[in-house]
Design a protein around this ligand. Structure first.
Ligand SMILES: *Cc1c(COP(=O)(O)O)cnc(C)c1O
Length: 375
């Protein structure tokens, strides 16, 4: 069976985890946590990068750091993972879902302004498949209406918009290092931002409400409980695992990109014949090959293809059930405007096997099986 995902593994992970153990520091803020944060700051040209226990937690931190309060409204796509929404629900916000663009499956920036009310506090673009949202337009709307922008860049690590790293354009950016993402530490994530005056608040929030980070840097001689906080600090053991991958980020991305380009090239004939649609990458975006999806005619064709491929030994999966149709989505939010694409497009989207190290012969099998289905 060709798996849909295999967690990334480069070979150095065990050695680095052993180093963390030998150093006698497996909890947070050890040497690997520092290496990973430093790497993100340099590579993505961002002032602050805090490793967290997940992207869900990074989003929770961002929601709190933007000062969202009960009754505030947040604009986001319905076509996303529930964590994007959970973070703001936790702060008591109301979710306002806006339709996606069918070409990128990203929040349609042309529909955002119409969803703004006097209660709106933030826009949360999700860079689906690591393909950037139209950030100039979104940032412009945010500036004119005095709104915060939290980028859910869970899938957008090491992907760019007009040369800027995703996650670093809005007020806060959130990354995921879950095992299904390009770079992994099992469970983990990061929150990145440029605003220096948020750094201390973010550290305190991550460290159970204490100023322990300052204490470890020797800036104060004892630490204390100074504000509300939680435990969002990732363990150094996990950071050690991640470091083995960040170190090899270029090869990981290049390898995934090969798979992406192969699918793109080898399925083009089927797209030309109208059997399926292929992903679209806008000129402004440099993506990271997080995902390769195709769109079928409709849900029955997709279901038939999934079961056919399964019999051929190829595992494929669809993706989000739109949040506004879920029980929690109805409870905490509303869909603004017409659902022209969210539901319809989500029902025909199918993700093909994509992971670091996917073999050429397996790529060929996937493509052959899809051709056979349509023949
Ligand atoms: C993976 C993902 C998340 C959650 O990431 P975790 O690290 O598992 O918490 C959030 N949003 C999107 C868009 C994702 O793809």
């Amino acid at each position: 069976m060709i798996d849909f995902n295999v967690p990334p593994f480069t070979g150095k992970e065990m050695e680095y985890m052993k180093q963390a153990v030998d150093a006698g520091k497996i909890s947070g803020d050890g040497m690997f946590t520092k290496k990973c944060s430093q790497w993100m700051k340099e590579r993505f040209s961002v002032n602050h990068a805090l490793l967290t226990t997940s992207c869900t937690h990074a989003l929770e931190m961002a929601a709190r750091l933007t000062g969202i309060q009960t009754g505030d409204e947040v604009i986001l796509p319905s076509y996303t993972f529930c964590s994007t929404a959970d973070a703001f629900v936790q702060m008591g916000a109301t979710l306002v879902f806006v339709d996606v663009r069918p070409d990128t499956m990203n929040l349609d920036e042309r529909l955002v302004e119409d969803a703004i009310t006097e209660r709106t506090k933030a826009i949360v673009p999700v860079h689906y498949a690591g393909v950037a949202c139209a950030m100039d337009e979104i940032m412009d709307i945010a500036a004119r209406h005095n709104l915060k922008v939290v980028e859910d860049a869970a899938q957008g690590v090491d992907a760019y918009y007009k040369g800027k790293a995703l996650g670093t354009i809005g007020d806060f950016g959130c990354y995921s290092f879950h095992e299904t993402k390009n770079f992994s530490m099992g469970e983990g994530g990061a929150v990145v931002f440029n605003q220096d005056d948020k750094a201390e608040e973010a550290e305190i929030l991550r460290e159970k409400g204490t100023n322990r980070s300052k204490f470890f840097r020797g800036q104060i001689d004892k630490y204390t409980w100074v504000d509300y906080g939680s435990s969002y600090l990732a363990s150094d053991l996990n950071a050690a695992y991640l470091w083995a991958q960040l170190e090899m980020a270029d090869s990981i991305t290049a390898n995934r990109m090969e798979t992406f380009d192969f699918y793109q090239r080898e399925l083009k004939d089927l797209a030309d014949q109208g059997y399926l649609e292929q992903p679209f990458i806008p000129d402004y975006a440099k993506h990271n090959a997080h995902m390769y999806y195709i769109k079928l005619k409709d849900e029955p064709v997709r279901a038939a293809l999934i079961s056919y491929l399964k019999k051929q030994g190829v595992s494929t999966v669809f993706h989000y059930i739109p949040l506004h149709s879920a029980p929690a989505g109805r409870k905490y939010g509303r869909f603004h405007g017409e659902d022209r694409y969210t539901t319809k497009e989500s029902e025909r989207l199918l993700r093909l096997p994509m992971y670091y190290g996917l073999k050429q012969e397996d790529r060929e099998k996937v493509v052959e099986a899809i051709h056979k289905f349509f023949a």
